[in-house]
Write a protein that binds this ligand. Structure first.
Ligand SMILES: NC(=O)c1ccc[n+]([C@@H]2O[C@H](COP(=O)([O-])OP(=O)(O)OC[C@H]3O[C@@H](n4cnc5c(N)ncnc54)[C@H](O)[C@@H]3O)[C@@H](O)[C@H]2O)c1
Length: 263
């Protein structure tokens, strides 16, 4: 019960990593506000967690007033707000040719500006509880896959926001802000996304060891397990940190140029 009685908003928790984080938060004793775009899936998560421990709000987080509505639901349902997990994001492929200004604006709106707006709306309550924020970034923030141009840019900006606010908000408000950068995670939507990109039906069962030293990629529950530390009081005063969660070092890696990586 490492999150006992904490009240936590998890954006994008109808599927994937956000869903796994919300489920784990409740297992650890928290109450959660679920959010996302898919009502059907959201209701399934709500049914699993029960109305005493969870509330569901289906809305696009980039809508005007959506962050305030999420905060309001947390406070009206559970009486306070301790934690915001900014997990919702548009994961979309694009390169310089297929990215126009409107596409980049849309991804920034959801992946970067909405997290900022939610932190701002939640801040009075987080300050009251000396709570915290966990932003879900991506290892693509450092540069990113060639065909994840716009997405990578949004995660780079999110990283700077985490470090900037992780410094300021902790000193001025007692609110910690940290970020975890998942590597490659096998979510329901990732399976479908990669099939659309031309990979085989069961692509995730046979991956080169350079991407999957363990013979598999990460599970959402493994990201959720790591998230608990950053959300809990065990984290102490640590703030402004960005931590990669992948099976190999992301910075400085230089894989061997032999048949195990090139064929
Ligand atoms: N899966 C991976 O390999 C991977 C790797 C690195 C980082 N991430 C990050 O982890 C987070 C979750 O990714 P995932 O793979 O679980 O994604 P996913 O596609 O399975 O889920 C995305 C969630 O965000 C919600 N969402 C999307 N746009 C929204 C909007 N405008 N308003 C409200 N909700 C919205 C969806 O409804 C869904 O609940 C994202 O921030 C993503 O960038 C994922």
């Amino acid at each position: 019960m490492r999150l006992q009685n904490k009240v936590i908003i998890v954006t994008g928790s109808t599927t994937g990593i956000g869903k796994a984080i919300a489920i784990r938060c409740v297992t650890e004793g928290a109450g959660v506000v679920l959010n996302g775009l898919e009502e059907y899936w959201g209701k399934q998560v709500l049914d699993e967690l029960g109305n005493e421990k969870a509330a569901l709000h289906i809305e696009d987080i980039s809508n005007e007033g959506a962050p305030e509505r999420l905060v309001d639901i947390a406070v009206k349902t559970f009486g306070k707000l301790d934690v915001v997990v900014n997990n919702a994001a548009i994961v979309a492929s694009s390169n310089i040719d297929t990215t126009d200004k409107n596409f980049l604006r849309r991804l920034l709106e959801v992946n970067t500006i909405a997290p900022f707006a939610l932190i701002k709306a939640a801040l009075p309550y987080l300050t009251e509880q000396r709570g915290c924020v966990l932003n879900i970034g991506s290892v693509n923030a450092y540069s990113g896959e060639p065909n994840l141009f716009a997405y990578s840019v949004t995660k780079g900006a999110l990283t700077t926001m985490t470090r900037n606010l992780g410094d300021t908000l902790f000193r001025e408000n007692g609110v910690r802000v940290n970020q975890i950068n998942p590597g490659w995670v096998l979510t329901e939507t990732e399976i479908e996304r990669k099939k659309k990109h031309g990979l085989a039906e069961d692509w995730y069962k046979d991956l080169p060891s350079v991407y999957a030293p363990a013979g598999r990629i990460l599970k959402p529950s493994e990201i959720a397990a790591a998230a608990v530390y950053w959300l809990s009081d065990e984290c102490g005063p640590i703030s402004g940190q960005v931590v990669d969660l992948e099976q190999y070092p992301f910075i400085g890696r230089n894989p061997p140029k032999d048949p195990s990586t090139i064929n």
